[in-house]
Every structure is written in structure tokens, then in C-alpha cells.
Write a protein that binds this ligand. Structure first.
Ligand code: PLP
Length: 394
């Protein structure tokens, strides 16, 4: 066992089949899909087929609803800025306190530019206050933006129900769901929902980093973020990244095939890890208590222990985990998601996210369950909170 990778919400390894599918498009079929000669026809067809596969993966009505982008952050920026640009008179936005920084920071910036943003709370289980959200929808609400699954806790938000209720109150309000952490982990069938815009990122489901997609429901008006050529039917300029688009489509079809495995086996291993830690480590508390969670994620707080120290010791034991989203880890700011849940300071700084994939093995989980209690015991001895820890650990 070289290392145990339990940070699949940060990124995933590229599947072997994905790499194989991409290879011909680097050296042989490298033509620009917009050109008219024969060398371009294969990449052109490959993009067409990839669009159909990704549309099928997301349960879209029509492949034309899929626009390829460079990542989840671009998909979110395109959705949000694109909607606001075609609805300039309306200034009210509703979102949650627990969005990924690529969405959260954009809304903070928009607030400074004169938008009125309402931030919806979550409870201590991580569940969203849906009634609060629906109550706030009004005539000039241009956008409601709720992620489908949280990257730090794995909690699933009922975006289909939210979209239906929002549209009932104001049919003109556009609903954007950041689906980056949901794709490949739970069933998604966008055609049966009232969600208008939905973003995904290939590297979260075993495609390479640097490719994503935005679903745009037919009829949804959107300005392009990247202006230039006519690629993506004028919605996103720039020569298509053919190998990566092909890779993401392959990853999408593999994820679709593996969904049942994800929902049963990956969940079983996640539950085994969670239970193993919570029963063996006395100062461990579950941060993601919601019943609705993606099957691969758990977030556990270790009271009175510093999270960065836990991560360093886990690293020494060959285990990769994380203390927040990749964009905020490395800063000592405690997680905005856990703060929104009201996680007390006693475990806020010692919270660790473990995220599995279909490549995670039982042996790796058992190794982690064995190593983690030893690490916590060691760190408990050097914690400045000896009195409190003695009370919990006895
Ligand atoms: N949205 C969520 C929920 C995420 O977890 C991430 C990445 O961690 C993103 C968006 C951004 O995706 P990308 O890294 O492809 O820009």
C-alpha cells in the first residue's frame, strides 16, 4: 500500500479507461474541430458524441443543453454572470452560506456592486432552511443559487424541490445548482426538474483537471463569459479542448455505470470508516449528521486537537485527507461551512474531511481506522487543553 487517498472531493485520479480514450486526440486526431478538412471531422464527431454522453449522464433533454467549459469554477461564473447580464434591472439574489468559494466569493463581490444577496442558513446537521429560502423569493429575484451537494460535509440539498417551489412563486427567477460534488455520486435527472443551470467539473469524477460543463436548460437566456469565436454555438468561445472533453465523457459514462456501486459499496466503506473512528476515538464528533448525504463523504471533528497537525500526522502515515475545501486549506481560517452549521470552536479547528471513491478499498479503510486513534492519542498529549481532554478521554 503506497498511500491511502481519502481526499476525492478535492480531486480524483484519472481512470485508466479515460486516459486511453483521450490519447488518440493528442497525436493523431489533433485537428481543430471547426476546420473543414478530413482531419477535423473525427474530433468534431468526438465532441458531438461527448455532448450526447454528458447530456445522458445529467439526464438532459437535449445534447444542445450542454456547454463545455474548463472547470467547475468557470461553469459557476458563466451561469451567474451570464444570467445577471441579460437581466440587468433585477438585483435580488438568494444563495446559501455554505457554497463553494467559487460561488460564495462571486456573490460577495456582487454585493459590493449593488446586488442584494440573501444568505440562507443551515442547521447543526448541515440541512438547509428551505422555507426561509422560498419566503424570500420576490418579483425582482433574478437568481436562486443552491449547490446540490456540499463539498465539505457531503450534505445534499433538495435543489429539485427548491427549483419547483421557486418557480411556483416566481416563474421568471432562474435557478442555478452547483452540481460539482453531486455528479457521479447520486442520480441526476435534470429534465425532470425545474433547474435551469447546472455546473459540473470532470476532475471530481475521474476525468482530468481542466474540463467541466454547464447544463443550460433550453430557453434559458445567458450571455457568454468568454467572447470570441463561434464555438459552443456562440455560448463559450475558444477552441474546444478535444482530448479533455472526450475524457470527461468517458468518465461520465463510467460514473453512470458505477453509480449503484457508489451508492452501496462506497457508502458501506464510508460508514465503516465513520463508525470505526467514532467508536474508537472518544473526542471524535460527526459534523455531517444530515440523513441526506452523498455516499463518499464524512466530516469528523476531533475536539481540542489542531486539524493541521492531524493532517500532517496522517500524511506521515501515508493517508491523504483534508481540513476543508482545497481552496481554503492552507489558510488557518476555520471552514465557513462548519461555522454556518454552528460547530463549536472546540472541534471547529480539528475537523477533518474524508472522501472516498470507487477505487477506495476496505484494506485502506481498516488501515485508517487503525492509525487514526494512535495519532489522536499522541496529539492529545500535547494539546494545551489537557483538563478538557482528560474529561472526554477517560
Ligand atoms: N463547486 C464545488 C462544490 C466544488 O467542490 C468545487 C471544487 O472543489 C468547485 C465548485 C470548483 O471546481 P473546479 O476545481 O473544477 O473549478
Amino acid at each position: 500500500m503506497s498511500f491511502v487517498y481519502l481526499d476525492n472531493n478535492a480531486t480524483t485520479k484519472v481512470a485508466k479507461e479515460v486516459l486511453e480514450a483521450m490519447m488518440p486526440y493528442f497525436e493523431q486526431e489533433y485537428g481543430n474541430p471547426s476546420s473543414i478538412y478530413d482531419l477535423a471531422s473525427i474530433p468534431n464527431k468526438a465532441i458531438k458524441s461527448a455532448r450526447e454522453t454528458v447530456a445522458d449522464f445529467l439526464g438532459a433533454n437535449n445534447p444542445k443543453e450542454i456547454i463545455f467549459t474548463s472547470c467547475g469554477s468557470e461553469s459557476a461564473n458563466m451561469a451567474i454572470k451570464g444570467v445577471l447580464d441579460v437581466n440587468r434591472a433585477k438585483k435580488h439574489i438568494i444563495t446559501t452560506r455554505v457554497e463553494h468559494p467559487c460561488v460564495l466569493n462571486l456573490y460577495k463581490d456582487l454585493e459590493k456592486r449593488g446586488y442584494l444577496v440573501d444568505w440562507i442558513d443551515v442547521d447543526s446537521n448541515g440541512d438547509l432552511n428551505v422555507n426561509q429560502l422560498i419566503d424570500l423569493v420576490k418579483d425582482d429575484t433574478v437568481l436562486v443559487s443552491v449547490m446540490m451537494a456540499n463539498n465539505e460535509t457531503g450534505v445534499i440539498y433538495p435543489v429539485s424541490d427548491i427549483a419547483a417551489a421557486v418557480k411556483e412563486k416566481n416563474p421568471k427567477t432562474i435557478v442555478f445548482a452547483d452540481g460539482v460534488q453531486a455528479a457521479g455520486k447520486i442520480p441526476i435527472n435534470l429534465k425532470d426538474t425545474k433547474i435551469d443551470l447546472f455546473g459540473i467539473s470532470g476532475h471530481k469524477f475521474h476525468a482530468p483537471k481542466g474540463v467541466g460543463a454547464l447544463y443550460v436548460k433550453s430557453g434559458t437566456m445567458l450571455s457568454p463569459l468568454v467572447v470570441g469565436g463561434h464555438q459552443e454555438r456562440g455560448k463559450r468561445a475558444g477552441t474546444e479542448n478535444v482530448p479533455y472533453i472526450v475524457g470527461m465523457a468517458k468518465a461520465a459514462s463510467l460514473a453512470k455505470e458505477s453509480l449503484q456501486y457508489e451508492l452501496s459499496e462506497v457508502k458501506r466503506l464510508r460508514d465503516r470508516l465513520e463508525e470505526g473512528i467514532l467508536t474508537r476515538v472518544k473526542n471524535a464528533v460527526l459534523n455531517s449528521k444530515s440523513k441526506n448525504r452523498v455516499p463518499n463523504t464524512t466530516n469528523i471533528g476531533f475536539q481540542y486537537i489542531e486539524g493541521e497537525l492531524i493532517l500532517l500526522h496522517l500524511n506521515d502515515a501515508g493517508i491523504c485527507a483534508s481540513s476543508g475545501s482545497a481552496c481554503t486549506s492552507g489558510s488557518l481560517e476555520p471552514s465557513h461551512v462548519l461555522r454556518a452549521q454552528g460547530v463549536p470552536f472546540t472541534s471547529l479547528h480539528g475537523s477533518i474531511r474524508f472522501s472516498l471513491s470507487r477505487y477506495t478499498t476496505e484494506k485502506e479503510i481498516d488501515y485508517t481506522i487503525e492509525k487514526l486513534p494512535e495519532i489522536i492519542q499522541k496529539l492529545a498529549k500535547i494539546s494545551p487543553f489537557q483538563k478538557e481532554l482528560n474529561e472526554i478521554m477517560k
